[in-house]
Design a protein. Structure first.
Length: 215
């Protein structure tokens, strides 16, 4: 586990890249990979900006690359077969808690193989991760705790905005109840809650049907 989480890991790579003369444009979404004479020659962003290049490396969701950035024109048969026939991972909900109390645990994560209803999702298991082992994950005297559970993408696919916010609120309340079973009285120490849904994953990563580990 990298100290400070994956962001610190990426920032160290970025720092080295920039020292070598590289530049980063963050907060930019690629709409299209430009093809000329069968060769990738650059990218077009959502705002219409074009960046030409010698090479294009797409370190992102494969479905997004093939079916959107390349308009479905370049599909190897094995990849096409995978998307048409292979089962996808279920999508995931993550509920993160900022606790104004230090709660130490010996284990990083505990899986609870018990049925639970969390919002509209009926699941047969969930996990609780306690990040007290990493001082970078919370201020001194406080703790970051995360509940994760699989939630079918079909629940989220066509959810309207007002119902989406209500569902997030229901999930928050049900997740607090689960947390209480492991840490009785903890609800009095909850300082902040963040609910990340399958739609959050799609918004920030473009991952196909929010299948966080693909096939």
């Amino acid at each position: 586990y990298p100290a400070g989480g994956s962001l610190n890991f990426v920032l160290r790579i970025l720092n080295k890249y920039q020292k070598l003369g590289g530049t980063l444009s963050a907060g930019k979404r690629v709409k299209k990979i430009l093809i000329e004479d069968g060769k990738a020659v650059g990218v077009e962003l959502d705002d219409g900006t074009i960046h030409r290049s010698d090479y294009v490396i797409a370190a992102c969701d494969l479905h997004m690359v093939i079916y959107h950035m390349l308009d479905g024109k370049y599909i190897p048969e094995d990849i096409k077969n995978a998307f048409e026939n292979w089962p996808l991972f279920k999508s995931l909900v993550q509920v993160s808690f900022g606790i104004k109390k230090e709660i130490k645990e010996k284990q990083m994560m505990t899986n609870y193989l018990v049925p639970a209803k969390i919002g509209a999702t009926e699941t047969d298991s969930y996990s609780i991760s306690n990040y007290s082992y990493d001082p970078a994950m919370a201020p001194e005297g406080k703790t970051t705790i995360v509940i994760r559970f699989e939630s079918p993408y079909e629940i989220w696919e066509h959810l309207e905005d007002n119902l989406y916010e209500k569902e997030k609120e229901r999930i928050k309340e049900d997740a607090i109840m689960l947390l209480e079973k492991t840490y009785p009285g903890i609800k009095d120490f909850i300082e902040v809650v963040d609910v990340a849904t399958p739609l959050t994953d799609i918004k920030y990563t473009g991952v196909y049907r929010a299948a966080y580990e693909g096939f």
